[in-house]
Design a binder for this molecule. Structure first.
Ligand code: GLN
Length: 226
């Protein structure tokens, strides 16, 4: 079994844990401390509110630990607020800015799709890493006060794109935006697979964790803290 953590400071971490528990061979860990973080081979950063999440992480002294986790080459997947957290740059931040973990060479717009009432759901084509898990169907993409990727650096793999509606096009002056990316061990999605019953995105992330743990010598992580 491989240990995969979910950052449990704020946001939709329980929903992620529920889906992750359905992936065979995975032990799911709630991560709130340095020891818990060190015990896992990969980490999911859930959706929620990125400024609040950053403040809680700062207060708990987790920011440097999270940064070195990703720097050590351990896989991290950020959904929604988690995507913002992993971005190198964010537009539409609160005044005075907010701490970003960074590491993923993308610039995001924090509330690209508007406020809570502009939350919506659609279906998008599944990328290869998702299609390889039993079904090639489109996936349900749930956007809640969602960010979008405005720019992605070289080598960033686009996993999902969203075609804007005519109104959105007029507002943003573009036809489509990137809503799912991956580079190396970092993955980020603007939507929330954890709010659906489709576990394929979680399986795709566990593949990344396994691939990395294999390369690192098959050591999936240290023993759990007592
Ligand atoms: N836009 C929100 C933020 O700035 C994220 C929303 C979400 O995670 N559902 O944190």
């Amino acid at each position: 079994r491989i240990r995969v953590g979910v950052l449990a400071l704020q946001g939709s971490f329980r929903e992620h844990m529920t889906l992750l528990q359905k992936v065979p061979g995975v032990e799911v860990v709630e991560v709130r401390t340095k020891d818990e973080l060190e015990s896992v081979a990969g980490l999911i950063i859930p959706g929620g509110e990125s400024t609040t999440m950053a403040l809680v992480a700062e207060r708990w002294g987790l920011i440097p630990e999270l940064r070195s986790f990703a720097k050590a080459g351990k896989p991290v997947w950020g959904t929604c607020a988690g995507m913002i957290f992993l971005a190198e740059g964010a537009e539409g931040q609160k005044e005075g800015g907010q701490t970003l973990l960074g590491g993923l060479d993308i610039t995001v717009s924090r509330n690209f799709f508007g406020a809570q009432i502009n939350s919506f759901e659609t279906r998008l084509p599944a990328p290869e890493c998702v299609k390889s898990h039993g079904s090639t169907d489109d996936f349900r993409a749930v956007f809640i006060r969602a960010p979008a990727v405005l720019a992605a650096g070289p080598g960033v793999e686009v996993l999902a794109e969203y075609a804007l509606t005519p109104e959105e096009r007029a507002k943003h002056g573009r036809d489509k935006v990137i809503v799912g990316v991956r580079k190396g061990v970092l993955m980020a999605t603007a939507f929330h697979p954890e709010l659906t019953t489709d576990i394929r995105w979680h399986q795709a992330f566990v593949d990344m964790v396994r691939a990395h743990a294999g390369e690192a010598g098959g050591v999936p992580g240290k023993a759990p803290p007592p």
